[in-house]
Design a binder for this molecule. Structure first.
Ligand code: ZN
Length: 139
């Protein structure tokens, strides 16, 4: 048995009702707060996401997992039983973004900045001094 088989997952997480449970064995990116219009619609406000390699996430329970093709570039994973928003996944990419709030605490992560602040809602202010990008991490 290799050490990889016995190593503890880096993190575990899941939805509100337990119909989706996952574990991540690799490293997790620091949390980025996304203010885009799509996150506002699906989360009810800005959303905090970490990210991991797609190859390093495994599902212990996925009976509730449903994917919604939210744009040409990406799909969003949610629980069809409790409605929890869980994942953002670029189509054809090798990473998966994971909602920070779905991770079992403590996450051991910190928020590193804000993206898509050009789409920020007018009903709140960003009250920290972290870096702000008008659009995504790439642009
Ligand atoms: Zn659920």
């Amino acid at each position: 048995m290799s050490t990889e088989d016995t190593a503890e997952p880096r993190a575990c997480g899941g939805c509100l009702c337990g119909a989706v449970r996952y574990e991540i064995r690799g490293s997790l990116r620091d949390v980025v707060a996304c203010h885009c219009g799509q996150c506002q619609r699906t989360h009810g406000g800005p959303a905090s996401y970490s990210s991991a390699a797609k190859s390093e996430i495994a599902f212990n329970q996925d009976r509730g997992l449903t994917w919604y093709r939210s744009s040409q570039k990406a799909r969003r994973g949610f629980c069809s039983q409790c409605g929890a928003s869980l994942f953002w996944e670029p189509i054809g990419g090798d990473s998966i973004s994971v909602t920070a709030g779905s991770l079992d605490p403590p996450s051991g992560l910190a928020t590193s900045g804000h993206i898509f602040v050009c789409d920020k809602g007018d009903y709140y202010e960003i009250a920290d001094d972290l870096p702000q990008r008008p659009r995504g991490l790439a642009g």
